[in-house]
Design a protein around this ligand. Structure first.
Ligand SMILES: Cc1cc2nc3c(=O)[nH]c(=O)nc-3n(C[C@H](O)[C@H](O)[C@H](O)COP(=O)(O)OP(=O)(O)OC[C@H]3O[C@@H](n4cnc5c(N)ncnc54)[C@H](O)[C@@H]3O)c2cc1C
Length: 397
C-alpha cells in the first residue's frame, strides 16, 4: 500500500488550488462565518462553475460527464475544496440519484436527467424516510398503484432536506403490499411540481429551514419515471445509501474545522493567557487531531484498495461513525471556546445587518452549527445502525 502523493498528484493539487482561487465567487467567501446563510442561488452558482469546468461530479464515469480522475485525485480535490472553505456541492443529484440513474436507468432516463444534474438545472431531493420508516426503511408505507401508464402515489415522507427548492425528487414507494417488505418497493423519479405534492417546513433547533415533510396525494407519475424494474427499488436504495455514507465522513472539512478551532483558541482568553495555552483544552484538541489523522489513514487505505480494483466494503459505515463523531466534537469544542459569546445568536444577525453582533464574528454561528451538527449521527443511517452493520459484516457477530 503506497499512500504517498506523486509529483503528478502535486501538480494536480496546484491546478485545483489555482482554479478555486480564480473562480470561487467573491460574494460567497466567508459568508457563513459572518453569520449569513447560503441561499439556493449560492449553492447553484458554485455548482454551475464546477459543472462548466467538468469537475462537479468527480466520481462519475467519463462517458456520463465525470472528469476521469483517480481515487487519489478525488481525495485531493475534496481536500482543496475544504481548505478554501467552499460551499458544498449538494449530494442529492451528484452523489445519490446520478449514480443510480447511470447504473440502473434506461438510455432515455440517462439522456434526460444526467446532463441536467451536471449543469445544476434540476435540484433534487431524497424521499426515503417516513414517520414510521427511518432506520427500518423497508417498512415504508407510501404506496404507488398502477393506473394505465401512470402510478398514483399516496403517502407522507419526512426529513426531506431542502425539498422546498427541489425540481425533482427520488422516492421509494410500495408497489406490492403483499410481498416481503424489501421486495415490494420501487424507485420513482417525481417532478416536484406535480399536482398533489405539498412541502411543509420543519424548523430545526438552530432556527433553520433545512428539512421538510412532503405529502403526496394522488400524485400521478408516468411509469417511464421508474428506475429499474417494478419491485426492485430496494437494490437502487441500498446502492445509493453506500454512496451517501462514504461522503458523510468529511475528513477534509474536519481538518479545516480544527484549523479554525485552533485559531479561535489562540484568540480567546482563559484568564490572562490564550485558551490554547490551557493544557486541558490543548489536550482535547490534540485528541481530536489524533482521531482525525487515524480516520484519514483509514480513508486513504480505502482509496488505495479502490485504486487496486477492490470494491468498497463495510468501511463506509466505519468512516460514517468516526467522521460524524469528530465533526460533532469540533462543534462542541468551538462552542466551548467562544463561551458566552455563543449564546446571543438569533436569526437576523448577519453581514447585511446594521447592528453589530455581541462578541467576535467567529462566534456568530458557533451555537447554530453545534445544534445543526447533531444531525450527522442520525442521517444517512444512524450511527447505532452503522455499528450493527459493522458487528455483522466486519466482526461476524
Ligand atoms: C437533518 C436531517 C436530514 C435528513 N434528510 C433526509 C432526506 O433528505 N431524505 C430522507 O429520506 N431522509 C432524511 N433524513 C432521515 C434520516 O435518514 C433518518 O432520520 C434516519 O434514518 C433515522 O430514522 P428515524 O429518524 O426514523 O429514527 P428511528 O429509526 O426511529 O430511530 C430512533 C433511534 O433508535 C435507534 N435505533 C433504531 N433501530 C435500532 C436498532 N435496530 N439497533 C440500535 N438502535 C436502533 C436509532 O439509531 C435512533 O437513535 C434526515 C434526517 C435528519 C435528522
Amino acid at each position: 500500500m503506497d499512500l504517498s502523493f506523486s509529483p503528478e498528484d502535486a501538480a494536480f493539487r496546484e491546478e485545483v488550488r489555482c482554479f478555486i482561487a480564480e473562480n470561487y465567487p467573491e460574494p460567497l467567501k466567508g459568508k457563513l462565518d459572518e453569520g449569513d446563510e447560503w441561499s439556493k442561488e449560492d449553492y447553484l452558482s458554485w455548482h454551475r462553475i464546477l459543472g462548466k469546468k467538468g469537475w462537479v461530479a468527480p466520481a462519475w464515469p467519463t462517458e456520463y460527464g465525470g472528469p476521469g480522475w483517480s481515487a487519489t485525485q478525488r481525495f485531493i480535490f475534496s481536500e482543496e475544496l475544504a481548505r478554501a472553505d467552499t460551499i458544498p456541492i449538494l449530494p442529492f443529484g451528484i452523489s445519490m440519484v446520478g449514480p443510480v440513474i447511470y447504473t440502473f436507468g434506461t438510455p432515455e432516463q440517462k439522456a434526460r436527467f444526467l446532463p441536467r444534474i451536471l449543469s445544476g438545472e434540476d435540484w433534487w431531493c431524497q424521499g426515503y424516510s417516513e414517520p414510521g420508516a427511518g432506520s427500518d426503511l423497508a417498512s415504508l408505507r407510501t404506496k404507488a398503484e398502477r393506473d394505465g401508464d401512470h402510478y398514483v402515489v399516496n403517502g407522507q415522507k419526512t426529513w426531506t432536506t431542502l425539498a422546498q427548492h427541489a425540481d425533482w425528487g427520488f422516492f421509494l414507494v410500495r408497489t406490492d403490499p403483499s410481498a416481503k417488505p424489501q421486495e415490494g418497493i420501487s424507485f420513482l423519479l417525481i417532478d416536484m411540481k406535480t399536482p398533489g405534492i405539498t412541502v411543509r417546513p420543519i424548523i430545526t433547533l438552530g432556527g433553520e429551514h433545512e428539512v421538510n415533510e412532503v405529502w403526496l396525494e394522488n400524485v400521478r407519475v408516468p411509469v417511464e419515471n421508474r428506475v429499474h424494474e417494478e419491485n426492485k427499488g430496494w437494490t437502487c436504495a441500498k446502492f445509493l445509501l453506500a454512496h451517501e455514507r462514504t461522503g458523510i465522513a468529511g475528513v477534509a472539512r474536519s481538518k479545516r474545522g480544527i484549523e479554525k478551532l485552533r485559531a479561535i483558541a489562540a484568540t480567546e482568553l482563559d484568564g490572562d493567557r490564550a485558551l490554547i495555552e490551557n493544557p486541558f483544552f490543548r489536550r482535547k484538541i490534540a485528541e481530536l487531531e489524533i482521531d482525525l489523522a487515524a480516520l484519514e489513514f483509514t480513508e486513504l487505505r480505502g482509496l488505495a484498495a479502490l485504486a487496486a480494483g477492490k470494491p468498497p466494503g463495510a468501511e463506509s459505515s466505519l468512516l460514517k461513525i468516526k467522521g460524524t463523531e469528530i465533526q460533532q466534537r469540533i462543534t462542541e469544542l468551538t462552542l466551548e471556546a467562544v463561551g458566552h459569546y455563543g449564546a446571543p445568536w438569533f436569526r437576523g444577525f448577519g453581514m447585511s445587518d446594521n447592528e453589530h453582533a455581541i462578541g467576535p464574528d467567529y462566534a456568530l454561528r458557533a451555537a447554530p452549527t453545534y445544534f445543526n451538527m447533531r444531525k450527522t449521527s442520525i442521517y444517512g443511517g444512524s450511527n447505532e445502525i452503522q455499528r450493527g452493520i459493522i458487528a455483522k459484516m466486519v466482526l461476524g457477530l
